[in-house]
Design a protein around this ligand. Structure first.
Ligand code: NDP
Length: 488
């Protein structure tokens, strides 16, 4: 049994000066239009909505809202472009995709700042993770464009046609790149809808795509709310839907596409188990717990939101975790010292607060470090729930915020049973110094992704996706090409 010392290892006399990222170099228009058929066009019904900065709930820009008529226009443009785009050689298609990747890199700073302004995520994350990974996805799939016959030997892969892609607000540019890059590499044309609360980087991406010289109509990017998404899903001339978002909307899309010719991939919610064994490197594991649940304010489908700690080290891990949580800086997403930025929207903050109340009412012990939250905007302190059991709603349901539940276990079989006792099956993490234990758990855990001695690591070469109510289909890697091709 490890002895728990009272010393607060993280307590330091350091305070941080403000280190704000400059916004001088970014260009945000007052109004954004729909990107259809290679042009920025006004919405047919003339409707616009505001995109809001979650740090003060003030308007950043007006954004055109696509109606079903605009969706139809975009699908027609994509259908027309499909003929020549799919007939290009893979090498030619790859050139455009490479160009998009390079243009994202050139304007990475601008993308990062806009991502943080529109979505609330810390600039450190948008600058070091979201934007470079988005560029990497384009680079990676550009490489596949002329090698499809090697990806699927002797199977003569063909593109599907027009694909409808609907993405959420937690990783706006990254999700757009996960969707667009493999679809282009395989010769499909696209109608993509970003989330209503975070349309700006997708619309910036539309500018880059325009600049890349890609033939008109190949990529169409149209903003709007759920109804726009539904109009894409229900359009009869779409051949495939790729959706990332909530399990509820995923089920609706599954129903709407059932019995049609449309192919479907769903990347839905999660309730990832992060498992710490007593032989793990404890300090690294504590950092891993922080990264698993507080990364991007916990707005992460694969977040490690259920922590399982082996009983013999539980007191030590929880003590260290609480100490580490005291040092987390919650605040201005544009400050380079910030660890936890703004909650993406008022609505999402209400959802998280609802779950925190439920947790307290269910009798769990709550821990939140004392931290100064800004007066205006949407903020949530990092939160731990101790003394929870499997049946608690905060253990079963996706919260999508910086809220972690903590349970203990004694044996491997016990933790496997507990970890799998969820409707979801997206991610898990295992912390141990025994390779054999890692391999054993990766076989037994019902999760599409299992990280070993790390968490929330993403790579374009690596497939990502879930089981059970976390959806089906894979994005990333060679597997990510498959949902966009048919075999003749
Ligand atoms: P949604 O599933 O509603 O949003 C995801 C995307 O789907 C958005 O672009 C949304 O548009 C669009 N959409 C909404 N309704 C429809 C529809 N009927 N047909 C087609 N597209 C539609 O997620 P929310 O934003 O409402 O978040 C709610 C919860 O979902 C969160 O609290 C979280 O638990 C979970 N979530 C999970 C994500 C994941 O990656 N697994 C990502 C986001 C949320 P619009 O934004 O304009 O409404």
């Amino acid at each position: 049994m490890h002895k728990v010392k009272n010393k607060d290892v993280f307590k330091a006399s350091w305070t941080y000066d403000k280190a704000p990222e400059s916004t001088d170099h970014i260009q945000i228009k007052k109004q954004y239009e729909l990107f259809i058929d290679g042009k920025f066009t006004k919405p047919i019904k003339g409707k616009y909505f505001d995109t809001i900065n979650p740090t003060d709930n003030k308007k950043i820009a007006s954004v055109a809202e696509a109606s079903d008529k605009d969706v139809d226009k975009a699908v027609k443009a994509a259908r027309k472009a499909f003929k020549s785009w799919s007939a290009l050689t893979g090498k030619e298609r790859g050139k455009y995709i490479f160009r998009i990747a390079r243009l994202i890199q050139e304007r990475a700073r601008e993308f990062a700042v806009i991502e943080s302004l529109d979505g609330g995520k810390p600039i450190r994350e948008s600058r070091d993770i979201d934007i470079p990974l988005a560029a990497n996805h384009f680079f990676y799939y550009a490489g596949w464009a002329d090698k499809l016959t090697y990806a699927f030997p002797n199977r003569n892969p063909k593109p599907l046609g027009v694909v409808g892609q609907i993405i959420p607000w937690n990783f706006p540019l990254l999700m757009a790149s996960w969707k667009i890059a493999p679809a282009l590499a395989t010769g499909n044309t696209i109608v993509l809808k970003p989330a209503e609360t975070t349309p700006l980087t997708a619309l910036k991406l539309a500018e880059i795509i325009h600049e890349s010289g890609i033939p008109k109509g190949v990529v169409n990017i149209i903003a709007g709310a759920g109804e726009t998404g539904a109009a894409i899903v229900n359009h009869p001339d779409i051949d495939k839907i790729a959706f990332t978002g909530s399990t509820g909307v995923g089920k609706y899309i599954l129903n709407a596409t059932a019995g049609t010719h449309k192919k479907l991939t769903l990347e839905l919610g999660g309730k990832g188990a992060n498992i710490i064994f007593d032989d793990a490197a404890i300090d690294q594991a504590v950092e891993g717990i922080v990264n698993a649940i507080f990364f991007n304010q916990g707005h992460v489908c694969c977040a490690g939101s259920r922590l399982f700690v082996q009983e013999s080290v539980a007191d030590l891990v929880i003590k260290k975790l609480k100490d580490r949580m005291k040092t987390l800086i919650v605040g201005d997403p544009l400050d380079k010292n910030t660890d936890i930025g703004a909650i993406n929207s008022k609505k999402q903050l209400q959802t998280i607060e609802k779950y925190i109340k439920i947790g307290v009412n269910e009798g769990s012990e709550i821990y939140q470090p004392k931290c100064k939250l800004p007066k205006h905007g949407n903020w949530c302190a990092p939160t731990l729930f101790l003394n929870v059991s499997q049946s608690h709603r905060i253990v079963q349901e996706e919260i999508f915020g910086p809220v972690l539940t903590v349970q203990t276990f004694r044996t491997i079989s016990e933790v496997i049973e507990k970890a799998n006792n969820t409707p979801y099956g997206l991610s898990a993490g295992v912390w141990t110094d025994k390779g054999s234990k890692i391999f054993h758990l990766t076989q037994k855990l019902d999760a599409g992704i299992v990280w070993a001695n790390t968490f929330n690591k993403f790579d374009p070469t690596s497939p990502f996706g879930g089981y059970k109510e976390s959806g089906f289909g894979r994005e990333g890697g060679l597997h990510g090409l498959k949902p966009y091709v048919k075999f003749e």
